[in-house]
Design a protein around this ligand. Sequence first.
Ligand SMILES: NC(=O)c1ccc[n+]([C@@H]2O[C@H](COP(=O)([O-])OP(=O)(O)OC[C@H]3O[C@@H](n4cnc5c(N)ncnc54)[C@H](O)[C@@H]3O)[C@@H](O)[C@H]2O)c1
Length: 253
Amino acid sequence: MKIDGTPALVTGGGSGLGEATARYLAERGADVTILDFDADRAAQVASEIGGFSVQADVGDAGEVAAAVTAAGARYGAPARIVVNCAGIGLAARIINRAGDVSTELFERVIRVNLIGTYNVMSYASQALMTAPLLGEERGVIINTASAAYQDGQVGQSAYSASKGGIAAMCLPAARELARSGIRVMAIAPGLFNTPMMESLPEEVTAKIVANIPFPARLGDPDEYALMAAQIVENPYLNGETIRLDGATRLPPR
Ligand SMILES: NC(=O)c1ccc[n+]([C@@H]2O[C@H](COP(=O)([O-])OP(=O)(O)OC[C@H]3O[C@@H](n4cnc5c(N)ncnc54)[C@H](O)[C@@H]3O)[C@@H](O)[C@H]2O)c1
């Protein structure tokens, strides 16, 4: 699918991987809508790229439905490129050192990362299904998993479960939406230099980087944006989760 002149919806576009993707798609001529919980950041990025922003919590189906409608109304057509980057990276042991369980955190992470992705995929594809074909396809949905979907660390049970869900639903979603000409892909990033990562103490980041074979550095958000654009442009990519990680494998802790 071509990027130039195509409406795109980027969730989590106010920061990090989503922001880099929104900027790159806009640079390449897409009509970008940023959907983010953080209204100020979303509006700021949107104004810088000549795009549109809408505040919504991806975990709330009603808010997502309204945001998808608003994006469609803004550009007079539904988004054909959908990139789901909204997410949270909270960590907790199943049972902490004091012996407490962490089921509330588990539910919150699943709600935002997994159900949030599902909500956006649902309403975005519903809006797109009746749009005319653009060449042989209608659109493409790119979801964001994580390397932790395969090698989750201690404390990442909730996060890994949410990302494993995203990877697992990629193929059935691609199979189902095939009849509508909509592809579904997922990117599983390793460790990228975003505000989410910047919150980690320096020694933790150093330990992480020591474990990345090549290039031995954190990923650049622009490299995620490039992967997303390549998925958009290559019509034969479908139903697959691609690790983007410099060959890193996360150690147990
Ligand atoms: N940075 C990494 O190393 C890394 C690695 C693997 C996967 N990921 C995944 O990539 C995605 C983006 O991560 P990032 O590093 O850019 O994070 P980030 O914190 O920089 O950006 C996340 C954005 O999502 C928004 N957001 C959070 N909860 C939301 C909600 N409920 N509704 C709407 N918007 C919401 C935030 O406001 C923020 O703008 C996440 O899903 C994350 O799990 C990141």
